[in-house]
Design a protein around this ligand. Structure first.
Ligand SMILES: O=P(O)(O)OC[C@H]1O[C@](O)(COP(=O)(O)O)[C@@H](O)[C@@H]1O
Ligand SMILES: [Mg+2]
Ligand SMILES: [Mg+2]
Length: 343
């Protein structure tokens, strides 16, 4: 049986009126860049892509968020920027690795879309050969907005016209939504093309599996402590079932497991950095994942509000994340709301 390529899938999505030709070509460009990143990831120690990035002065390079950059963080960012500069469908890109958005240079044709990305997600797993990925989100540039600036990106996740991630694991997968379901494409390495391998993913509504970094438990707020204590109490506790736990520490890989067999992924607020709502970034981690999960029948909140409804205040804003199987996300959210209601 011949399978449908990403190109053919996008042409059909265009015919059905789900996307226009510019968005189709933009997604093709991002997918092509992900293929290049996949090749670089696959070479590992055979090429010079592992280890810490070094700044001009010879010190370890640090991004705008104060995080040490890996060589692959920098390389993946460059691959995405370069591919999209030539694409002609974008007004500007924004990335985890850049303080401000980067308008498409004057020498290149500009389009009407804004692209945000986490070029390499799961950086701590690069050097240990564990699955890592790329996350992206596409917004429309505001009408008549003129020269692109950071403020143009500050739209709620519900305004995304496309979202996706690529996971570089035992196989390279592209997971995509243009607002009509969530679909999985597998990279056929021999043909060099993504082929549709799962149409219309549905996340099971209930689950017995949670994903969280338990080492932070002592820093969580009371409703979070209560929720996880009840999960750990298992069949004898108020939830009445035994739970299993998984934590890969690459959001792409943890979310992909949840899309495949259900579960809840949580990165909550904690009191180590009380001024920050969480570790993960709203605009290029939480929003695209929330769109993919909702389009697959799951739910995504920050413990209190639907993630896609949050109005961002800045490009690198952080947010607490609870996403995955609908019943479980609703249960976790209920613990927080009831706690707040009690005052
Ligand atoms: O090391 P921790 O605290 O468990 O955090 C893991 C989380 O951090 C991240 O690696 C953050 O993403 P980056 O690697 O893109 O900074 C997520 O992929 C992952 O879920
Ligand atoms: Mg990330
Ligand atoms: Mg990253």
């Amino acid at each position: 049986m011949s399978r449908m390529s990403l190109t053919r899938f996008l042409i059909e999505a265009q015919r059905e009126g789900h996307i226009n030709p510019q968005l189709r070509l933009l997604i093709e460009v991002v997918a092509r860049a992900c293929k290049r990143i996949s090749v670089a990831v696959g070479k590992g120690a055979l090429s010079d892509v592992l280890g810490d990035a070094v700044s001009g002065a010879g010190a370890s390079s640090v991004n705008v968020q104060g995080e040490a950059q890996k060589k692959l963080d920098v390389l993946s960012n460059e691959i995405l920027l370069e591919a999209n500069a030539w694409g002609g469908h974008l007004a500007a890109c924004a990335s985890e690795e850049m303080e401000h958005c980067q308008p498409i240079p004057d020498a290149f044709p500009r389009g009407n879309y804004l692209l945000l990305f986490d070029p390499l997600d799961g950086s701590s797993n690069i050097d240990v050969n564990v699955s890592i990925g790329t996350i992206f989100s596409v917004l429309r540039a505001p009408d008549g907005a003129g020269e692109p600036e950071d403020a143009h990106f500050l739209q709620p996740g519900s305004a995304q016209v496309a979202a996706g991630y690529c996971v570089y694991g035992p196989s390279t997968l592209l997971v995509l939504s243009v607002g009509h379901g969530t679909h999985v494409f597998t990279l056929d390495r021999e043909q060099g093309s993504f082929v549709l391998t799962r149409r219309d993913v549905r996340i099971p509504e209930s689950t017995r599996e949670f994903a969280i970094n338990m080492s932070n438990q002592r820093h969580w707020e009371p409703p979070m402590q209560a929720y996880v204590a009840d999960l750990l109490a298992g069949r004898e506790g108020p939830r009445g079932k035994d739970y299993n736990m998984r934590w890969i520490a690459s959001m792409v890989a943890d979310v992909h497991r949840i899309l495949t067999r259900g579960g809840i992924f949580i990165y909550p607020w904690d009191r180590r950095e009380p001024d920050r709502p969480g570790k993960l970034r709203l605009m290029y981690e939480a929003n695209p994942m929330a769109m993919l999960v909702e389009q697959a029948g799951g739910a995504a909140t920050d413990g209190r509000r639907r993630i896609l409804d949050i109005q961002p205040g800045s490009l690198h804003e952080r947010v607490a994340v609870f996403l995955g199987s609908k019943d479980e996300v609703e249960a976790a959210t209920r613990y927080h709301r009831e706690h707040d209601a009690r005052g």
